[in-house]
Design a binder for this molecule. Structure first.
Ligand SMILES: [Fe+2]
Length: 208
């Protein structure tokens, strides 16, 4: 399934806003049904460290991080209601949290991770090629949609999604994706895109 260019209006061209608060994204928390299963999955399978845990304001909380810069990147919190309906448009993606996404270092690591997910009987494994990233979507034990992705070297306007065949060699995936990407309207190297979009962003400045 690809998405037509007509659905992709030009991204904002606004200049940075000097009045914007000085902030950056750090972490998110989400309500959990099975705390033990979720802790096991995020620590043993995805490699997070429990940095703290406890009980506050009526809820159990487990703080998780993979970066000492952030005390927590994810917070698992008890109290998810039963019977939350699936997303009526696409059940792969969450009805509230659309995706929780993790950067992976290489195609080899992504392929290795696919094997681990299969061995762990993880549900809804769906490899996808966005052109700007190679991804595997899957569900965590609570049914949240996760994305594990590797950045490519290329940018073209999103959304774009076609199936990804990870049984192909790295060279074949690279060649096929590059050939497809350069044909897309608005294609540029991701290094150029980052410079261009970065000039419009309100960048975080530590200590200010
Ligand atoms: Fe994503």
């Amino acid at each position: 399934m690809t998405t037509s260019v007509a659905t992709k209006p030009e991204a904002s061209t606004a200049a940075p806003n000097s009045e914007a608060p000085n902030l950056m994204f750090s972490h998110m928390g989400f309500a959990v049904k099975d705390m033990a299963k979720m802790e096991d999955f995020y620590t043993r399978v995805l490699g997070f460290t429990v940095t703290d845990r406890g009980h506050a304001v009526g809820m159990d909380l487990i703080f998780l991080s993979r970066d000492p810069q952030d005390h927590h990147q994810l917070v698992l919190v008890s109290g998810k209601p039963d019977n939350i309906p699936p997303n009526p448009f696409n059940a792969q993606f969450g009805s509230v949290i659309n995706q929780i996404s993790f950067r992976v270092g290489s195609l080899d690591s992504l392929r290795k991770l696919q094997k681990v997910l299969e061995r762990e009987n993880v549900q809804n494994i769906f490899p996808a090629n966005h052109g700007i990233a190679w991804s595997i979507y899957c569900h965590d034990p609570d049914g949240n949609n996760l994305e594990l992705f590797v950045d490519t070297e290329w940018y073209f306007p999103q959304p774009f999604l076609i199936p990804l065949d990870l049984t192909q060699s790295n060279d074949a995936i690279y060649k096929q994706t590059k050939e497809m990407a350069v044909e897309q309207p608005g294609f540029e190297m991701s290094t150029d895109w980052r410079k261009r979009i970065g000039a419009r962003m309100n960048r975080f400045v530590p200590g200010v």
